[in-house]
Every structure is written in structure tokens, then in C-alpha cells.
Design a protein around this ligand. Structure first.
Ligand SMILES: O=C(O)CCC(=O)C(=O)O
Ligand SMILES: [Fe+2]
Length: 120
């Protein structure tokens, strides 16, 4: 659940996170699991920007999705059926997170994957 983002080589680039669907509890703590986390309520349409090394390397996670918080404009009415039923069943209990993150630093050359060849 709680994790630190480690796939990004560069911890100084911000991460932009967009929440869609049911609301959720987002916890953000510190650089160790001992730090008391702060809880944020993320609703559909909310945008979180995680910026700075202390934030990008902080433990965080989404322990809880709050059911029955799907905004009306993302819901499907009872009379709708067919292909939209699959969407409706999924969205009823789900939250979708879209995030943008910079995994590699500027100037990274994927053709030079061996350690020490990047020249960065
Ligand atoms: O769902 C979220 O808001 C957080 C996602 C996350 O922590 C990640 O993609 O690394
Ligand atoms: Fe993460």
C-alpha cells in the first residue's frame, strides 16, 4: 500500500496526478515509515502535484476508495445498457488515477543503457 516512487531516476521533477471517479483517501508521510502521514480527500477532478525531493521520495498511498461518491456526470443511468453496462459496473466502485511523471532525466539516451555511458 504505502510506497515510495522509485522508478523515476530524477527525484526533482514533479509528478502531476489527476483523480477521476469515486473519491479516495490519499496518505502522504515522510522519508521513513515512522513519519505520521497526512490524509487528503481526493475527489473526482482533483489534481495533486508532488514536487521536490522530500515529497517525491516520501511514503504515500491510497488505502481507501470511498464508494457511492461517483459524480453524477460519470454515472450511467439504469436505462442504459449494452456496452455502457461494463463501464458502469466498473466505475461504481472504482477510482481512476492518471499521472504524468518524468522517469528519465533530460538528456537521457536509452541507447546508452549501460551504467556510466550516459555522461549525465
Ligand atoms: O493513485 C494515486 O493518487 C497515487 C498513485 C501513485 O502513488 C503512483 O502512481 O505512484
Ligand atoms: Fe506513488
Amino acid at each position: 500500500m504505502a510506497h515510495v516512487d522509485r522508478s523515476e531516476v530524477c527525484a526533482t521533477s514533479p509528478l502531476v496526478s489527476v483523480s477521476l471517479g469515486n473519491a479516495a483517501i490519499f496518505l502522504i508521510g515522510g522519508l521513513t515509515r515512522d513519519a505520521e502521514p497526512t490524509a487528503l480527500l481526493l475527489r473526482s477532478g482533483d489534481v495533486v502535484i508532488m514536487s521536490g525531493p522530500a515529497c517525491r521520495r516520501a511514503y504515500h498511498g491510497v488505502p481507501r476508495i470511498l464508494e457511492d461518491t461517483l459524480p453524477g456526470h460519470l454515472d450511467v443511468q439504469e436505462e442504459d445498457d449494452g456496452e455502457w453496462r461494463v463501464y458502469a459496473d466498473y466505475m461504481r466502485t472504482s477510482r481512476i488515477n492518471v499521472n504524468v511523471r518524468q522517469v528519465f532525466p533530460i538528456g537521457f539516451n536509452p541507447n546508452l543503457l549501460e551504467v556510466g555511458k550516459q555522461g549525465l
